[in-house]
Write a protein that binds this ligand. Structure first.
Ligand SMILES: OC[C@@H]1[C@H](O)[C@H](O)[C@@H](O)CN1C(=S)Nc1ccc(F)cc1
Length: 390
C-alpha cells in the first residue's frame, strides 16, 4: 500500500512471544498484559537508547480487550488491566515520541478467544483511529477461510476511510494455503504481511537451532515487507550465536524488526546486538531490496542483500550445530564476483573487523561458530577509488 508508511521495515516491540496471554495481574502484576507493561516498555525504549536506535512502535498483541463490546458495539480494553483505556495509553506513548500498535482479528474471535472484528470492520477501524492507534496487527483466526481475503480487504478499506494513517500489519498470508503465498492483491492492501505461521516462530527457534527456513519469501519493498515474525533476541531460547544469526538474517531479509522480549531486563550482549547500528543500517537500507539465499554447501548457507550505493551485505550461516567454529573462504561468497578489481570489506558479526581492501583472489577465511553467522558488507572499488582506501 503506497501511502507513505512503512518505507523501511517496521521497527519496534511487540508483546506476544515473551508475554503471550498472561492476564494474571493479581499474581504476576509485572508481566501481565496491562497498560503498565506498555508504559514501562515505552519508558525504557526512550531511556535505554532503543528509540534512538530506530525502534519506534510499542505494540499490543492479543488478550488486551474486554470480552464484551460497549453499548455502541465498540471494542473496549479490559477495564481492570487497562483502567485508563487505550486512548490514554496511546497519548502516553505518543508523549514519549513513540507510536502505539494494537491487535485485532478478521474473524469472529481473536486467536486467544477475545472479540474479533467480523461484522465490525468500520466500527473497529474508526475506534482505533479515534484512540490514535498507529499500527494494527490483524490476525486471521476464527474466519471462514473462503471469506478471508474479503475480510482483509474490507478492513483495509475501513482503515483508509478513517482518514488516519494506520500501518496495516496482516497475517492474511499466514492463513492462506500454502503458506507464504503472497499475491499481488495481498501487496495492494497490506503493508507488512506476517507470512509465517506462529508455530514457525517456534520452528524458527528450532530452524535457528538447526536450519533456517529456506522458503524464498515473495518480493517485498517499500510499503510492504515480508515478516518472519518477532525477534526473540534477549529471551531464553537461543544461544548468543543463534541470536546473532536471527539478527543478521532479519536484516538481510529486510524483515520488520519487532522485538518480543523484556527490555526492562535484558542481557547487555543481546541489547548491544539489537542496537548494532551497522546491522540496523542494513535492515533499513534505502534501496529497500529484500535479500535471499544465494548459496548452500558444506552445511553453510549464504544469504545476500544488495544495498544502496552498489554495496552488498552477506551473511554466512554455519548450519552445523555440533563441532567447533568452521572456516569459510570469503571468495566463495557468490556475490564476491563484485569484488573486481577490488573491494573494501567490513565484518560486522560476530565482531567488528575492518578487513580493508580485498581482491577477487582474497584468501581471507571467516570463522563461523556452529549455528552462528558471519555478517559482512562488501563495497566494490573501481581501480581509481583504491587510492582512497590506501
Ligand atoms: O493469539 C495471538 C497470537 C500472536 O498474535 C501470534 O503472533 C499470531 O501469529 C497469532 N497468535 C497465535 S497464538 N496464533 C495461532 C497459533 C497457532 C495456531 F495453530 C493458530 C493460531
Amino acid at each position: 500500500l503506497d501511502n507513505g508508511l512503512a518505507l523501511t521495515p517496521t521497527m519496534g516491540w511487540l508483546h506476544w512471544e515473551r508475554f503471550m496471554c498472561n492476564i494474571n495481574c493479581d499474581k504476576d502484576p509485572d508481566n501481565c498484559i496491562s497498560e503498565k507493561l506498555y508504559m514501562q516498555m515505552a519508558d525504557v525504549m526512550v531511556k535505554e537508547g532503543w528509540k534512538d536506535a530506530g525502534y519506534e512502535y510499542v505494540c499490543i498483541d492479543d488478550c488486551w480487550p474486554s470480552h464484551d463490546r460497549d453499548a455502541k458495539g465498540r471494542l473496549q480494553a479490559d477495564p481492570r488491566r487497562f483502567p485508563g483505556g487505550i486512548k490514554k495509553l496511546a497519548d502516553y506513548v505518543h508523549s514519549k515520541g513513540l507510536k502505539l500498535g494494537i491487535y485485532g482479528d478478521v474473524g469472529k474471535n481473536t486467536c486467544a478467544g477475545y472479540p474479533g472484528s467480523l461484522g465490525y470492520y468500520e466500527v473497529d477501524a474508526q475506534t482505533f483511529a479515534d484512540w490514535g492507534v498507529d499500527l494494527l496487527k490483524f490476525d486471521g483466526c476464527y474466519m471462514n477461510w473462503t471469506l478471508l481475503g474479503e475480510g482483509y480487504v474490507n478492513m483495509s478499506k475501513a482503515l483508509n476511510k478513517t482518514g488516519k494513517s494506520i500501518l496495516y500489519s496482516c497475517e492474511w498470508p499466514l492463513y492462506e494455503w500454502p503458506y507464504q503465498k503472497v499475491s499481488d492483491e495481498h501487496k495492494e492492501y497490506l503493508f507488512r504481511y506476517n507470512s509465517l505461521p506462529d508455530e514457525t516462530i517456534r520452528l524458527m527457534l528450532c530452524y535457528i537451532k538447526e536450519h533456517f527456513c529456506t522458503s524464498s519469501f515473495p518480493v517485498a519493498g517499500p510499503g510492504g515487507w515480508n515478516d518472519p515474525d518477532m525477534l526473540v533476541i534477549g529471551n531464553f531460547g537461543l544461544s548468543h550465536d543463534q541470536q546473532e544469526s536471527q539478527m543478521a538474517l532479519w536484516a538481510i531479509m529486510a524483515a520488520p524488526l519487532l522485538m518480543s522480549n523484556d527490555l526492562r531486563n535484558i542481557c547487555p550482549r543481546s541489547k548491544k546486538l539489537l542496537q548494532n547500528k551497522l546491522i540496523i543500517d542494513i535492515s533499513q537500507d534505502s534501496l529497500g531490496k529484500q535479500g535471499s539465499l544465494t548459496g548452500k554447501f558444506d552445511s553453510f548457507e549464504i544469504w545476500e542483500r544488495p544495498l544502496s550505493e552498489k554495496r552488498l551485505a552477506a551473511a554466512v550461516l554455519n548450519k552445523q550445530e555440533i563441532g567447533g567454529p568452521r572456516g569459510f573462504v570469503i571468495r566463495a561468497i557468490p556475490g564476491w564476483k563484485m569484488c573486481d578489481p577490488k573491494c573494501n570489506v567490513t565484518q560486522i558479526l560476530p565482531e567488528y573487523k575492518e578487513m580493508g581492501v580485498q581482491t577477487p583472489k582474497s584468501n581471507i577465511v571467516l570463522s563461523v561458530n556452529p549455528s552462528g553467522t558471519a555478517l559482512l558488507t562488501i563495497t566494490p572499488l573501481s581501480s581509481d577509488f583504491t587510492e582512497m582506501y590506501k
